[in-house]
Design a protein around this ligand. Sequence first.
Ligand SMILES: Nc1ncnc2c1ncn2[C@@H]1O[C@H](COP(=O)(O)OP(=O)(O)OP(=O)(O)O)[C@@H](O)[C@H]1O
Ligand SMILES: [Mg+2]
Length: 251
Amino acid sequence: MASGVFPQNSDSPSSGSAIEVIQVYKKYGEVEALKGLSFNLQTGERCALLGPNGAGKSTTLKVLVGLLKPDSGEAKVGGFDPNSTEARRIVGYLPEDASPYRTLSVRENLEYVGALRGVSNLGERIDRLLDVLALREYERAKVGRLSRGNSQKLALALAIIHEPNILLLDEPLNYLDIPTQERVIELLNGLRATQLVSTHIMSVAGRLTDRVVIIARGGVIWNGSIAELKHLGKEDEPVESIVARMMVSAG
Ligand SMILES: Nc1ncnc2c1ncn2[C@@H]1O[C@H](COP(=O)(O)OP(=O)(O)OP(=O)(O)O)[C@@H](O)[C@H]1O
Ligand SMILES: [Mg+2]
């Protein structure tokens, strides 16, 4: 566990871990993006990965989904190597700047990815997602003609179409208007999956989860519940201000 200036919960890996990040280092050329990052999530847990721009959130998710290989250390999902077939089957991933197939329609994207994923009752599943995400009126529209927010909603639908046990979401509320954010928050809160959701906005973290792993400069500076985080501040100090102080003292 990385040490920090603020007290942290112990969080030792156990057989119930759905997500394990163990002393992961990752460089892009000379840039050290992750510097011995460690944390883990138990099965069914929901956790925000909170940190400022450039902290290493997207890099962490890419390591967990097998798109990047750590220089050292290890990441596991459901106990499996992120690149294994087993891991791919149980993980759903929303990348930052997700881009569904632009020349296919909304429904064709869902049919294609759903078929690749072997989703049973695919038609029904697609209908449900189109309704829940208010995409029904665009189902025949080519993705290249969608607004950025509607394209983001489709990307989210593609990430969850196979009802993954483990969900890795990189800034899922990006580009969404306020009513749509509410709709997506409700959708995510209703899922049983283990969820790790990156965001740089504390209030978003609080709506989606009750636990945060806060990272800055590639290392963990806080790992615990939002309730515990609030106790670190002065009376009535907003949690955003506590987090901002932490990030400043992390340098
Ligand atoms: N492909 C890349 N090549 C070089 N450096 C990179 C690359 N991707 C990320 N980095 C660097 O690695 C560090 C971590 O980046 P990362 O994208 O993981 O941060 P982030 O927390 O997701 O930030 P944001 O909130 O802006 O999305 C940053 O210093 C970034 O500039
Ligand atoms: Mg990012």
